[in-house]
Structures are given as structure tokens and as C-alpha cells.
Design a protein around this ligand. Structure first.
Ligand code: CP
Ligand code: NVA
Length: 303
């Protein structure tokens, strides 16, 4: 039994397999060919934080695969305060075939996964967002033919989305650069993990947005204040002011550069309207790919 908690737990071959499977499922869905790998299965979705893309794409994907989904807000099940994570995990595994969890603290995922006898999928934690990274990699593959050899500049802080994408790029042979204000880069724990398990060359951190996007095939951005960091918002707005993805920044990147964003976007903060709505942006097809990559993950875990 395998969980899907961090992309770093997957080998390059496993990531490639999931992308191939996602592309196959995407084509099958477009052609109306049914895939019923989850027939008779029930998948629980427990979310401590709000979600549009993750929740809806999981629920739709489970329906496409012939399974049933059950959505429960985190406070309703009392995850971590009504009973221990271990007791929660041991109970819920009797009812469900898999559990999709969005949590504030990544150690909640680890604690549940440790005691759950069914697969646990990370639907975003403060540490990582592996479902997002798989969709990002599929999008880059579709846009450029392959991920290998591309340069991806992430403009924002070294957050959950950035960590997972950096790992995905490292696994598939793309160069990843983090453009962020000083003090908002990757933390030492991530660096240690990455160097031990992905590659000796840790992604460069550049404290200047224009320098970070030089030669970039993809500029990626995310909100400056992640869920759970709301108290830091005013300070972050000031610190990240010169890290906005706008027309001037895009002009510094490689010709044909594409812009990605995990969404939701704070238009006028990390990204301008003209970029979000312009020809370089591929953010909505990227959001669409969440459906296909997550269906691949479900099929892989529940095979
Ligand atoms: N990108 C993403 O995970 O979106 P949601 O928070 O809406 O699920
Ligand atoms: N970094 C953001 C991603 C939202 C999908 C957050 O954690 O809020």
C-alpha cells in the first residue's frame, strides 16, 4: 500500500508513468471512452482549508472513474481535536478505499498516513502540493513536448507549490530557479532533502526577478501569502512588490515563454491582468490538468 504525500517519494520513472497515464486518461475522456477503475470504491475528501480546483477535480475525477466521493470539512470530523490522528485513521479506513486530505500542518498527513490502511493523498499541506506539481509537469510537457531541458523560473516564496515543482523539475531534468526576496527562499530542511534524494545541484535562488527569469521557458507564480500566513500579508505585500509577473518581467524571459500559476490568483499582486488574460498564460489549461493527473494518481494507488 502506497500513499501520495510528497513528490520526492516517487522515482523519475513513477512520475513519468503518472504523466503518461494522465495523458492517456485525458484523451480517453475527450473521446468519451469510459474508464471505470474506481467502480465500487469510495474516496473521502477531508479539507481543513478552502479549495476550488482540488476538491472539484477530485470529485469529478472520482465520478469519471466510476467511484463515489464523500466530502467532509475538517472541522466537522474533528481531525486532531475530537480524537487522535491514529484513532481517526484506524476508524475511517474501514469505510473508505482512499483518503484525500488538505491540511494546515504536514505532520497531520504523516500521522494519518502512518495509521491508515488505505492510501492517503496530499491535497495540499504547508509543506507540499504534489497533485499541483503533477498537473504543472503535464502542462509543461504539453506546451514544450517535454519537461527535460526546460528552464522554469518560480517567482514567489519557497512555499509548498515551489517545493513540489522544484522536485518534479529535478526528477525530470528541467532547470528550476527560485526568484524571491532575500529571506523567502527554500528552507534548509528542504535543501537537505533535495540534495539527498533528488540531485546534488540545488536550485539557484536569485533575489532579483529580472535576473531569475533570464532564459526561462516558463515563469511560474503563486500568491505571496499562502493559506495560514494571513498575519504576514501586509509585510509580504511590501517585500514582494518587485516580484510581480507583468509584461516588463515577461520581456526578460526566453522568447515564447509561458506563464503558469497554480491559482487562485491575486490579480494586481503577484500577476497582472494583462498577463493572466494574455497569450503567454496557460493557467486555465493547467488547472484543467489537475483532473487528469489526479485520476492517474487514484488509478495508480487503487490498482
Ligand atoms: N491550486 C489549487 O490547489 O487550488 P485550490 O486551492 O482551489 O484547490
Ligand atoms: N501556496 C498556496 C497555494 C494555493 C493553491 C497556499 O498554500 O495557499
Amino acid at each position: 500500500m502506497t500513499h501520495f504525500l510528497n513528490l520526492i517519494d516517487l522515482s523519475a520513472d513513477e512520475v513519468k508513468h503518472l504523466l503518461t497515464e494522465a495523458a492517456r486518461l485525458k484523451t480517453a475522456h475527450a473521446r468519451g471512452i469510459p474508464t471505470r477503475t474506481l467502480a465500487g470504491k469510495v474516496v473521502g475528501l477531508i479539507f481543513e482549508k478552502p479549495s476550488l480546483r482540488t476538491r472539484v477535480s477530485f470529485e469529478s475525477g472520482i465520478a469519471h472513474l466510476g467511484g463515489t466521493s464523500l466530502y467532509l470539512p475538517g472541522n466537522e470530523v474533528g481531525l486532531g481535536w475530537r480524537e487522535t490522528h491514529a484513532d481517526f485513521a484506524r476508524t475511517i479506513a474501514h469505510y473508505l478505499d482512499a483518503l484525500v486530505l488538505r491540511v494546515y500542518r504536514h505532520d497531520t498527513l504523516d500521522a494519518v498516513a502512518q495509521h491508515a490502511s488505505v492510501p492517503v493523498i496530499n491535497a495540499l499541506s504547508d509543506w507540499s502540493h504534489p497533485c499541483q506539481a503533477l498537473a504543472d509537469l503535464l502542462t509543461i510537457q504539453e506546451l514544450f513536448g517535454s519537461v527535460e531541458g526546460r528552464t522554469v523560473a518560480f517567482i514567489g516564496d519557497g512555499n509548498n507549490v515551489a517545493r513540489s515543482l522544484a522536485v518534479g523539475c529535478g526528477r525530470l531534468g528541467a532547470r528550476f530557479v527560485l526568484g524571491c526576496p532575500a529571506g523567502y527562499g527554500f528552507d534548509p530542511k528542504f535543501k537537505a532533502d533535495y540534495v539527498a534524494r533528488v540531485a546534488k545541484d540545488f536550485p539557484a535562488e536569485v533575489n532579483d526577478a529580472a535576473a531569475a527569469v533570464k532564459g526561462a521557458d516558463v515563469i511560474y507564480t503563486d500568491v505571496w501569502t499562502s493559506m495560514g500566513q494571513e498575519a504576514e500579508r501586509e509585510e509580504r505585500l511590501k517585500k514582494f512588490e518587485s516580484f510581480q509577473v507583468n509584461a516588463k518581467l515577461l520581456a526578460q524571459a526566453a522568447p515564447g515563454c509561458k506563464v503558469l500559476h497554480c491559482l487562485p490568483a491575486h490579480r494586481g499582486e503577484e500577476i497582472t491582468d494583462d498577463i493572466m488574460d494574455g497569450p503567454a498564460a496557460a493557467v486555465f489549461p493547467q488547472a484543467g490538468n489537475r483532473l487528469h493527473t489526479q485520476k492517474a494518481v487514484l488509478g495508480w494507488l487503487l490498482k
